[in-house]
Design a protein around this ligand. Structure first.
Ligand code: E4P
Length: 218
């Protein structure tokens, strides 16, 4: 399972990239706004922090204008992945970009049928937003399971399931059990995956006992 970082915070991305756990990065207009940075400069810097795909989202609403924006974003780096919204125009742009050999991340997916459409349009990734579904008392992880089953029913569909809007380690555990291909995690969720009180307690006890031996390994 691949881990992407869902952030436009370059310091956090660089810090986590050093762990070897980062396979790519996703951004969105809200994260870019929060960073206060110039969009193209930001994407360019993020592309140096990972060899994996870096999602840069278009903001135009019609397919032709989306493709013009993609023309501006793609030359930034070889690992730029164009992110488009799940609309008919987004799907048209996806088909055009995919036919030209570009990776597209189709975002704002909230239903299995939307995921099927994105796959038929040639998306490299579909981004179902599990947290936002949970927020309205719907079943975010149920959607991931449905999409997994549908894509597995049709092996010709090569789209990867990119679990988005992740809120907690439990989303990651369930995504991995279902067999999602990728999850994009806020930095704090990735950091929290390692936490277990028995690890801390066990380490503390081992170190206390080791001190009693009076030995040093080096
Ligand atoms: C995905 O690519 C989106 O950037 C992101 O996961 C949205 O998450 P949110 O619902 O926490 O804003």
């Amino acid at each position: 399972m691949k881990f992407f970082i869902d952030s436009a915070d370059t310091a956090a991305i660089a810090d986590l990239a050093a762990t070897g756990m980062v396979d790519g990065v996703t951004t969105n207009p809200s994260l870019v706004a929060k960073s206060g940075r110039d969009f193209k400069e930001l994407i360019s810097e993020i592309c140096t922090l990972t060899k994996g795909p870096v999602s840069a989202e278009v903001t135009a609403l019609d397919a032709k204008a989306m493709l013009s924006e993609a023309d501006q974003l793609l030359p930034i780096a070889d690992n730029v992945c164009i992110k488009v919204p799940l609309t008919w125009d987004g799907l048209k742009a996806t088909r055009a970009l995919a036919d030209n050999g570009h990776k597209v991340n189709v975002t704002l997916c909230f239903s299995a049928n939307q995921a099927l459409l994105a796959a038929k349009a040639g998306a490299a990734y579909i981004s179902p937003f599990v947290g936002r579904l949970d927020d309205i008392s719907a079943d975010g992880m149920g959607l991931i399971a449905d999409i997994r089953q549908i894509y597995d029913n049709y092996p010709d569909l090569e789209t990867e399931i990119l679990v988005a809007s992740v809120r907690s380690p439990e989303h990651i555990r369930q995504s991995a059990l279902i067999g999602a291909d990728v999850a994009t995690l806020p930095p704090e969720v990735l950091r929290s995956l390692i936490a277990h009180p028995l690890t801390d307690k066990g380490l503390e006890a081992f170190l206390a006992d080791w001190q009693k031996t009076g030995q040093s390994i080096t």
